[in-house]
Design a protein around this ligand. Structure first.
Ligand code: PEP
Length: 256
């Protein structure tokens, strides 16, 4: 069975002081537990060192929300994957819908970032998902297939260990409207089928596919119990210790 991954995306919230205290509280609640999956938080860049210190010695992994597409040099304002690695980061979120929308990130850029972060020994959480209008037009499978086809075959080092998919229907992100477990399962099974064609059946069977979009403690168990849903990428509910740990509890219960 695939290990679940519960990943908190803090977005542009929590500076070093607030981030340290949330990470310490989350790490404290996980301490000593034998988890059947991985738990990760992705703070803003400047909060990463504080979270690394708070999580030290605890089963709480550290991620980043983005990285540069070059590994150093005259690129003002960018952060190289190797720097994130040095700071203790193990996962990087790539292609989040907010970055696709506000920073106009496209497939070429996402491919460059993932190839670079893989080369630096980091793991990618690759986000994709349809817009509301696309779902209303019945085009969600076609859109998701195109997003996966635009990136997966161009990854030089991708394997099920260093690559995680995150299906995030854009209409569910930050809206309070969650995909039903049936909708999530349908799209995850489709993603795995498409990934199978692009990467091979065996790797696709081992690939973790997270669900993201208004996931909370009250719906985590139902979502994560579906056969192709291997955990979640969590925005709003990752900012409060009881909500986030409640989601981890749901993930654990889904493996009973
Ligand atoms: C996200 O930003 O990836 C996300 C899933 O947000 P939320 O949980 O708030 O919908």
């Amino acid at each position: 069975m695939r290990r679940y991954l519960v990943a908190g995306n803090w977005k542009m919230n929590l500076g070093p002081a607030a981030g340290r205290s949330l990470a310490a509280a989350v790490a404290g609640s996980l301490k000593g537990r034998k988890l059947r999956g991985d738990v990760l938080v992705c703070p803003p860049f400047v909060t990463i060192p504080a979270v690394a210190a708070a999580a030290d010695g605890n089963p709480l992994l550290l991620g980043a929300q983005n990285c540069g597409d070059q590994d150093g040099g005259a690129f003002t304002g960018e952060i190289a994957p190797s720097m994130l690695k040095e700071a203790g980061v193990s996962y990087v979120i790539i292609g989040h819908s907010e970055r696709r929308q506000y920073q106009r990130e496209d497939d070429d850029l996402l491919v460059r970032k993932i190839n670079l972060l893989h080369a630096a020994g980091l793991k990618a959480i690759f986000c994709y998902g349809e817009l509301l209008a696309e779902r209303k037009a019945g085009r969600e499978r076609e859109v998701v297939r195109a997003q996966l086809e635009g990136v997966l075959p161009r990854l030089q080092y991708a394997d099920p260990y260093n690559t995680v998919l995150a299906y995030e229907p854009v209409w569910a992100i930050g809206t309070g409207e969650t995909a039903t477990p049936e909708q999530a399962q349908q799209m995850h099974a489709w993603s795995r089928e498409v990934a199978g064609r692009l990467l091979g059946e065996q790797p696709a069977a081992s690939l973790r596919i997270l669900y993201g979009g208004s996931c909370k403690a009250s719906n985590a168990l139902d979502l994560f119990s579906r056969p192709d849903v291997d955990g979640g990428l969590i925005g709003g509910a990752s900012l409060k210790v009881e909500d986030f740990v409640g989601i981890v509890d749901g993930a654990e219960a889904s493996r009973d």
